[in-house]
Design a protein around this ligand. Structure first.
Ligand SMILES: [Zn+2]
Ligand SMILES: [Zn+2]
Length: 106
């Protein structure tokens, strides 16, 4: 199952407070995805698609910000259009989760 997502505005400078080194690190720790790490937008052809960052998105039907790996073009806070990401995107909540260093359970 793919996911429909849209960017969360104004998150470019935000750093995780869960102890993870970056939001991408946060995604790697907490997602169960074993996919090749690349931009998860379906059909992405950007040159930097193999070097995604952990992007804040709203998943359709959920008001809480989630993290998915996206290239710079798809991780664009001014882009408010919904787009589709693959099932492998496995969105994780942008908050302290059990596998984060500060969870106390890592
Ligand atoms: Zn984390
Ligand atoms: Zn992309």
């Amino acid at each position: 199952m793919a996911y429909w997502v849209r960017n969360v505005p104004d998150t470019t400078e935000e750093k995780p407070d869960c102890g993870c080194e970056s939001w991408l690190d946060h995604w790697k720790r907490n997602s169960r995805s074993i996919t090749t790490l690349e931009c998860m937008a379906i059909g992405c052809r950007e040159n930097d698609r193999a070097y995604p960052k952990g992007a804040h998105v709203f998943v359709r039907g959920d008001i809480r910000p989630h993290i998915v790996p996206l290239c710079a073009a798809h991780n664009h806070p001014e882009n408010t259009e919904e787009f589709e990401v693959s099932a492998a995107a496995s969105p994780v909540l942008a908050q302290i989760l059990p596998r984060c260093p500060k969870s106390g359970r890592a």
